[in-house]
Design a protein around this ligand. Structure first.
Ligand code: TYM
Length: 335
């Protein structure tokens, strides 16, 4: 009997900082849950990272950090293809073709571009402008059916779908039009210091973010000092009590308890008791990840070998798509 082909997932994380709990909740947790049912490609998006100025040695180190983090969070490297984006040149090659299909208007409307280019004038580079097109190329090269991401990537996914449909219409059916997978819970983990702002790996205030490499004491300190709202009882209300709601989401992930169960557990108790419990739950939840991360990270040879194998698998797949694209747009074949 012919083996049923599995649908494909592609996703990635930009190594412009250290892996943090927002990445886990918005993305990796869902990759782990889906890895058995899908053929998975998970990359470290180093080409995306240089849209913001990086220290070369840091970028190199963080690329391996992110790859080790994937495995530490539960990705099985025997099931999934793990690779570094810059090891597969087809990503930049397809980007050029897609750039020529993207209008200035639609690229200008990307909110992440508007936010990031507005942050400081020095950072206003062309790469930042065309960043979502590179992301579309990442996805379309692998003919991905599903892209599990946090909610800040929704607009980029919409652009990817539009570009796939446009190419298919203008030439002939070539690309799978991917669906986003945005989880109902944890798609936007908020900053522990400013709960109306998204948690970010590059927040200047370290207390705002829980990193995978944080020690038990750092986790405790960050949760206990998390900014909560005026009020005393533990109730899930994202609109009026975003600080407590954010901590409840983390606590719920660590314990498997629903919001209703958490509200019942802390009935008659205050923020101090809840934060104490949330801190201990997160320490217990994150410790195995950190330990596994440190263990994997100490074996650079193993990580490099894994990524070399991943690059080869990814390239074979990417090459197939790019070859079709080049032919369809009319590039003359060599020889
Ligand atoms: P990046 O590196 O900013 O984030 C990686 C993934 O983590 C999710 N995420 C969050 N989820 C919940 N709460 C948060 N506070 C939070 N912060 C980040 C993001 O939504 C994302 O899923 N451009 C992408 C990387 C990328 C990519 C791709 C993703 C490049 N090519 C192709 C998917 C497919 C980025 O910079 O994500």
């Amino acid at each position: 009997m012919e083996e049923q082909k599995k649908p494909v997932i592609l996703s990635g994380i930009t190594p412009s900082g250290v892996l943090m709990i927002g990445h886990y909740m918005g993305a990796i947790r869902n990759w782990v849950a889906l890895q058995h049912e899908y053929e998975c490609f998970f990359m470290v998006a180093d080409l995306h990272a240089i849209t913001v100025r990086q220290t070369p040695a840091d970028l190199r180190r963080r690329t391996l950090d992110i790859a080790a983090g994937y495995i530490a969070c539960g990705i099985d490297p025997d099931l999934c293809t793990l690779f570094v984006q810059s090891h597969v040149p087809e990503h930049t090659q397809l980007t050029w073709v897609l750039n020529c299909l993207t209008s200035m208007g639609e690229a200008s409307r990307m909110t992440q571009f508007k936010d990031k280019s507005g942050e400081n004038a020095e950072n206003n580079n062309v790469g930042l402008f065309t960043y979502p097109v590179l992301m579309a190329a990442d996805i379309l090269l692998y003919q991905a059916d599903l892209v599990p991401v946090g909610d800040d990537q929704k607009q980029h996914l919409e652009l990817t779908r539009n570009l796939a449909e446009r190419f298919n219409f203008r030439y002939s059916p070539t690309f799978t039009v991917p669906e986003p997978f945005i989880p109902p819970v944890g798609a936007r983990v908020m900053s522990l210091q400013e709960p109306t702002k998204k948690m970010s790996k590059s927040d200047k205030n370290e207390k705002a973010t829980l990193f995978i490499s944080d020690t038990d004491d750092a986790i405790r300190m960050k949760i206990k000092r998390a900014v909560t709202d005026s009020g005393t009882d533990i109730r899930f209300d994202e609109k009026n009590r975003p600080g407590v709601a954010n901590l409840m989401t983390l606590y719920s992930t660590a314990t498997g308890k629903s919001n209703a169960e958490i509200e019942r557990e802390f009935e008659g108790l205050g923020y101090a008791e809840f934060k104490e419990a949330a801190a201990e739950a997160m320490v217990g939840f994150m410790r195995p990840m950190r330990e596994r991360f440190l263990e994997l990270r100490s074996d650079t040879t193993m990580l490099n070998a894994l990524l070399a194998k991943g690059a080869e698998t990814a390239r074979n797949r990417a090459r197939r798509t790019l070859r079709k694209v080049y032919k369809k747009v009319g590039f003359a074949e060599l020889g």
